[in-house]
Write a new protein. Structure first.
Length: 216
């Protein structure tokens, strides 16, 4: 009778970290797709935050620049909402990102048949295999989200300085930037976890003998 092995979380983290190191370039591709999606998301929201700050200044020159830049608002408005077009583009970019993550993780499962089969032959539970993939996705998600958030916000501020001048810094709300940063980090991490869910279940349901038979 096969002995059931309950390994600690630290061991799961160690295996996941080693897997990322061994497959660094594949992990980098997955992380970069997340960086691009989150940077676009945070760039869009940060740009709106900058425009909202300039709008609340009530400076006629700045308001004219905002209108010229394509922002649509009515007299007396104190906020700039994202347009339907912006929202759809952001949603589509995030969906493409999730599909890319799922594809990369499925490829990772294929490459790791023997590794997964060995773990299961040694008595590892299905949830242990799932945990490894979830930890990997969490690490990639946090790294990609942080990089994407940083790139998106800095790019938005730089673009705002070029368009509107130094007034951007004096009217930009730090609180709104923090909100956008939190949104970017949460979205990226959730997307990464969603993208790994199906591949992780596939990996956990593999039969040990079948996995060990696969030619690498």
């Amino acid at each position: 009778m096969k002995k059931i092995v309950g390994l600690p979380f630290s061991k799961s983290f160690q295996i996941a970290y080693q897997s990322i190191r061994v497959r660094f370039f594949r992990s980098l591709v997955t992380t970069m797709s997340l960086v691009l999606a989150i940077s676009f998301l945070t760039f869009t929201y940060s740009t709106n935050d900058i425009a909202e700050g300039l709008l609340t200044s009530k400076d006629p020159v700045m308001i004219q620049k905002l209108i010229k830049a394509g922002f649509d608002f009515n007299p007396g408005d104190s906020s700039v909402g994202s347009s339907a077009k912006q929202r759809w583009i952001v949603i589509l970019s995030l969906l493409v990102c999730v599909v890319g993550i799922v594809n990369a993780q499925l490829m990772s499962v294929t490459e790791r048949f023997r590794e997964i089969g060995t773990l299961k032959c040694l008595g590892a539970l299905d949830r242990f295999v799932v945990r490894i993939f979830v930890i990997e996705a969490s690490i990639q998600g946090l790294a990609g989200s942080f990089g994407g958030t940083l790139v998106g916000i800095l790019t938005a501020i730089l673009a705002g300085l070029l368009k509107y001048g130094s007034a951007v810094l004096s009217h930009l709300s730090f609180y709104q930037l923090v909100e956008t940063s939190v949104l970017g980090m949460m979205t990226g991490t959730i997307l990464s976890l969603l993208g790994v869910l199906y591949p992780a279940i596939v990996a956990s349901k593999m039969q040990p003998v079948e996995a060990m038979r696969v030619e690498q």
